[in-house]
Design a protein around this ligand. Structure first.
Ligand code: C2E
Ligand code: MG
Ligand code: MG
Length: 669
């Protein structure tokens, strides 16, 4: 991770090094200036010397080499010179003076012990001998001056050529020592002050920088963390389902490919289970989306309990799930898992204080025996799942090659269905509805059939859901309504003027905005009086959007059409809506009528529904009436109309006039 305060630290260190180097350069410069300044003042001193004292001693000193060292040290001239020099330099910073003749021999020194020493090789002497003065600064812990020994001193020593005039030849070389200790102490003190200032301000700067950089660092780190969190969130959203927390469809495709690769490489089997919740749409439609969500969440949790750690569960669609089993040892493992899932779902799910039982239909495909590609494995398990559904739901089915044929047949069926309307292959059958009191036909229900060239008359349950899925239900439904109206008008014209017709309406049709206009148009076109038309709606149609449903039904009532609720009691209905709707009939679902004679609970339910309908002033209709015993009970409950095989199955339109005129419906048994 990027840590900017490190860069701040490095920058500060570089700054400190740069300042140290600058201070060092500055110090040397100061020394240089000091030495230069001292050397200049030594030159001035020498000049003054050569103008005043020198002429008196020049001759003697020029010949001094003829004396021995000892003679020279004790010579009376030297002694005098000693005194002159002392007088000159007394109370000045000069602490020592030496004089060399042109051969480099020390002919005079305020320290007599040094007289006679040879300095001809000294670079300072050589330079001064050539006329160029030089100087340097040295530290001496002990030094002999003309006034005695001094300790720990900084001295500037300069070699100065002695000339009578500016362009005159060099006659001798002076070496002058001056004590610059006080100056040096001063300079050093200043230097320390500067260093203290620089280091102090630098430290402050660094501290300031550190605070800023730390803050920036924290902000950057926080941003980094936020970015990583966002990335993780985006990744999560892309790969997980928010509702159940399971891997989603995208993840499924990726993981299946990966798992297949592994299985292929290792030569192992892989199992794919695909399943969806049976009748989930009904739960969602009748109890609302939040109830549906709760069912999905609970189902997902139960599935997770069923699987091994290495297996993965996915939510691949609204109520669709998948499990990848990899590695798979044998097919029994898959069967066991599928059974476990089915069992785990058997326990009711509590939603809004209601116990719902949701079952699953599972389709299974196995790699490598079924197919090698991920796409085909998915397709195959999907076909197997559809088979499990068709064969009664709440079970699992393995994919078999025969299903391929089945899938092809289904495709052909769908293609045929698309053309059925143009090809005039739909027909309406009519099932009589008799008045309980008189047992006379008062109405007929129009029931759709598909006259298939090879399959014969196809019942609506096997193609109406397909029409809905394929988006064809509106056009076919319109045809049904118009045909039923025209047919009923024909019967009226033929003298059967009391008969009503009821037409089933699917939710897809009901949602279309122009639905009421279409109904009005069908009535206008056929010339049928609106009071003879009844529309049968299922509970799910109403629950989807009760406000719109009430509005549409009010409009239908306004044009004079009767409305009934079909298959009442089969959905997860809320009785609350009944009081909101302008209903004329309630058709009890035939499952309650079926076992009426033997099932006391069904009896109780019908009694309750009957009481409810009467209190709301809605007429009760019973469908699926097959036995006379049922008729008696229904009569006792003031059921207004009866419909069922006991009176007549659905018949072609041509059969109806005879039935009405002779009332042949009166009890088939
Ligand atoms: P539904 O509206 O409840 O129609 C009654 C169904 O019960 C009919 O099945 C009828 O043949 C059957 N039935 C009547 N009496 C008895 C009986 O005594 N015993 C038994 N076991 N069954 C009896 P069908 O014609 O197969 O229709 C099935 C469903 O298809 C209908 O149920 C209805 O929901 C739907 N349907 C039929 N025609 C249309 C249509 O034109 N449009 C729409 N949207 N749905 C339709
Ligand atoms: Mg019906
Ligand atoms: Mg029904």
């Amino acid at each position: 991770m990027f840590r900017s305060h490190r860069y701040g630290l490095i920058t500060s260190i570089v700054g400190i090094v740069a300042i140290t180097v600058l201070l060092f350069v500055y110090r040397n410069l100061v020394w240089h200036v000091l030495v230069e300044h001292e050397t200049k003042s030594h030159a001035t001193l020498t000049q003054v010397f050569s103008n005043t004292i020198w002429p008196r001693y020049a001759l003697f000193l020029a010949d001094a080499s003829q004396f021995s060292k000892a003679e020279l040290q004790h010579h009376e001239v030297i002694h005098r010179l000693q005194q002159d020099v002392a007088r000159y330099i007394a109370r000045s910073s000069v602490v020592k003076i030496k004089i060399y003749d042109l051969t480099g021999i020390t002919v005079f020194s305020t320290d007599p012990a040094q007289i006679g020493q040879d300095k001809s090789h000294n670079p300072g002497f050589i330079s001064a001998n050539k006329g160029v003065p030089t100087g340097k600064i040295t530290f001496r812990d002990r030094f002999n001056t003309f006034e005695g020994v001094i300790v720990d001193r900084n001295l500037v020593s300069s070699y100065i050529p002695v000339r009578i005039s500016e362009n005159a030849p060099v006659e001798a070389v002076f070496e002058v020592y001056s004590d610059v200790t006080d100056l040096v102490v001063d300079i050093k003190k200043h230097q320390w002050e500067i260093i203290a200032w620089v280091v102090g301000s630098l430290s402050l700067c660094y501290l300031f920088l550190l605070v800023i950089v730390r803050r920036a660092d924290k902000t950057i780190q926080a941003q980094d963390k936020q970015r990583l969190d966002d990335e993780a969130k985006i990744h999560y959203q892309a790969h997980y389902d928010a509702l159940t927390g399971l891997h989603n469809r995208i993840s499924f495709a990726e993981r299946l490919e990966e798992a297949l690769k592994r299985a292929r490489r290792a030569g192992r089997m892989l199992g794919l289970l695909q399943f969806d919740l049976d009748r989930f749409k009904l739960v969602n439609d009748s109890l609302g989306q939040s109830a549906g969500d709760q069912v999905l969440r609970t189902s997902a949790k139960r599935m997770l309990v069923c699987i091994r750690e290495s297996d993965m569960v996915f939510r691949t669609g609204s109520d669709q799930f998948a499990i990848i089993i990899e590695p798979l040892r044998n097919t029994e493992d898959v069967s066991r898992l599928a059974s476990r899932v089915i069992e785990s779902m058997a326990e009711p799910i509590k939603v809004n204080d209601q116990d719902l039982t949701v079952t699953v239909s599972i389709g299974i495909s196995i790699f490598p025996q079924d197919d090698l590609s991920a796409e085909m494995l998915v397709k195959n398990s999907d076909s197997a799942m559809h088979l499990a559904k068709q064969e009664g739901r709440n079970q699992y089915r393995y994919y078999s090659p025969a299903m391929k044929q089945h899938a092809l047949d289904r495709l052909e069926f769908e293609t045929g269905l698309k053309q059925a309307l143009q090809n005039d292959e739909f027909v309406l059958y009519y099932q009589p509805r008799v008045e309980t009191k008189s047992e006379e036909i008062v109405a007929v229900e129009a029931l759709l059939r598909w006259a298939h060239a090879e399959r014969g008359l196809v019942p609506p349950n096997s193609f109406i859901p397909l029409l809905e899925q394929m988006g064809l239900i509106n056009s076919v439904g319109e045809w049904v309504l118009r045909t039923a109206c025209q047919q009923t008008k024909k019967w009226h014209d033929a003298g059967m003027s009391r008969v009503r017709v009821s037409v089933n309406i699917s939710s897809g049709q009901f949602r279309v905005r122009s639905f009421v206009d279409m109904v009005q148009d069908a009535l206008d076109q056929s010339g049928l009086d609106a009071q003879y038309l009844e529309l049968e709606l299922t509970e799910s149609v109403l629950i989807e959007n009760i406000d719109t449903a009430v509005k549409v039904m009010d409009d239908l009532k306004a044009i004079g059409v009767a409305i009934s609720i079909d298959d009442f009691g089969s959905g997860y209905s809320s009785l609350n809506y009944l009081k909101l709707l302008p209903l004329d009939f309630l058709k009890i679902d035939r499952t309650f009528v079926k076992d009426l004679a033997t099932n006391e609970k069904d009896m109780a339910i019908i009694k309750t529904i009957a009481a409810l309908a009467h209190s709301l002033n809605i007429k009760l209709v019973a469908e699926g009436v097959e036995e006379s015993g049922q008729v008696e009970f229904l009569r006792s409950q003031d059921c207004y109309e009866l419909q069922g095989f006991l009176f007549s199955p659905p018949v072609p339109s041509a059969a109806i006039p005879d039935m009405i005129s002779t009332q042949v419906v009166s009890r088939a048994v």
